[in-house]
Design a binder for this molecule. Sequence first.
Ligand code: SF4
Length: 677
Amino acid sequence: MRNIISHFLFTVKCELFHIIRNALMKKKFTRKEFLKLSAATIASLAASKPLLAALKHVPEIDNPLAYYPNKDWEKIYRSQFKYDSTFHFLCAPNDTHNCLLKCYVKNDVVTRIGPSYGYGKAKDVYGNQASSRWEPRLCNKGIVMNRRVYGPRRVKGPMIREGFKKWVDAGFPRGADGRPPVEYFQRGKENFIKLTWDEAYDYAAKSMINIATTYSGEAGKALLTQQGYDPASIEAMNGAGVQAMKFRGGMPLLGITRILGYYRLCNSMAILDTHVRGVSPDEALGGRGWDNYSWHTDLPPGHPMVSGQQTVEFDLMDAENAKLIIPWGMNWISTKMPDAHWLTEARVKGAKVVSVTVEYSSVASKSDEVVIIRPGTDPAFALGLAGVIMREKLYDEEYVMSSTDLPFLVRMDTLKLLKADEVLPDYKAPDELRDVTITKKGEKAPFPSKQGADQHISETLLKEWGSFVVWDKNKNAMAGVSREDVGKYFKEKGIAPVLDGEFEVDIQGQKVKVRTIFSLVSQYINDNFNVESVSKITWAPQEAVLSLAHQIAENRGKTLIAVGMGPNHFFNNDLKDRAIFLLCSLTRNIGTHGGNIGSYAGNYRVAFFDGVGQYISENPFNIEADETKPSNVRQYFKYESAHYYNHGDTPLRIGNKLFTGKSHMPTPTKSLMFANA
Ligand code: SF4
């Protein structure tokens, strides 16, 4: 009621003010006249019933939902959010989430960006319908992408460094050793000049021709020698100047044709080589394609060491199948933005989150428990957890026996795996494999992009792998096993291998001590990584080591360890992968939904684009113009790791010892073409 009265008085005052103001505007008054008029007006207003009657009371509103006085103010929002048209685009920055977003356009300007809400409509080639639970897929960066697009700092066309342009315009002058004069290469001190696209192509093409010509043949070799390049690197060029040109399609999965086009261009350098050296297409060489995933440390090196494949990965939606989720050196909330909801939903479903981190990160604040360790001590922490599980016999024995190499015997004289053919003359290793095609001597496996789902290995490699030996409890004797004997196939053999044991075997008339890998690993951990020492190394409390080990053991097959890419930056970082793999091997947490190890970079998605190889390596001398036919493939270029360029553009040579092998030998770098990073 008090509000209504004050509103009424305020309304009266306003009406008076308007009447007086209008009158004043028509005629100029003295102060005396003004006061007189005001008093008279107030008096007449007080007596004037009809005028007061016109003043409205604010209606009494019992239920605001049933009555709303005036919604005109909403118009401003309606017109602000009004758009003329929409379109979809795939947001593809370096975070690899590739959200499909919707742009709203007004007066030909993208005024805002939102989620597409189309994921629930998607179907795969088999007709499987995606779930709307992937929505809304977007983050705070994506939502303001239009600001970047229209931002004043965006480079909107080709530009060239002033000195470089002058060098090209002057006809590529070079000193006696082939190096361009330094005055043309004042990088960081010169302006950039805008070019048209045609001019940019012209400058780039002219430079490539010049570099390929300068460094080809014996003359090129002599220049590179004068410049001090490693002889092995110069030799690796095979006399082709195009080999000094490097192309890197960085983060290629963000734009399969757009970014991987750099490798295709690299392959096409074979055409340039035929012109420069006058060689036939059969003898021509392409450029060098630089790596990306491994170079910028997305690769967890321990993964290929342990598993033989680049990376073991899971999609983050798998969190909902887990009971225990361990973001390890991974800031799920900040770096996996559109997938953060899977973590939240997993928690709602009862999963527990324990983060292993070096700081109180945003994911730490969403975790049930946080273990903060010293940076770089991840391997010690993982070994500490594995040690608890081994000592307290909390491992999954059946899994360890059938699906890991922990029961294999190791010769203590050579510290090499005992091979079946050394001790079991009657053992016959399979010469055919279930899922792998063996290429016989003289045969060649199809080009990778044409292998489809098949895997191929050579007969020689199969022999080199050989077969292994375990100690069978059932027969108290050795038994041979091969790579085919894994999981259910191992169980079918009826072998019960000893996990922790030491034996003596006869090898060519000599008594040799052998031990299981399990026994060696557990001794190593017991000697070096007991709970107390792990706590000292990592600064994690002993209780935390014990507690997390027990939780992982309790959640066999249901512990998801999402390792980040940050720990890939440490020296000897493969050790953390290998130690975490051991932990997962002991607890059945490899390769199952909700129980796995991963290092998420979205790289597994390359498998969806099995035409990539055909696109990159299409023979530039024989382009297939019929879209219904596969391309003719011939790889002229060679992959090279950009690490060598970081290493002063040299292979690893210490003194006279060359550590880099022929297959990985880098060439001198004279041009770089980089995309996306
Ligand atoms: S997470 Fe954000 S930045 Fe990354 S793709 Fe999605 S919307 Fe774009």
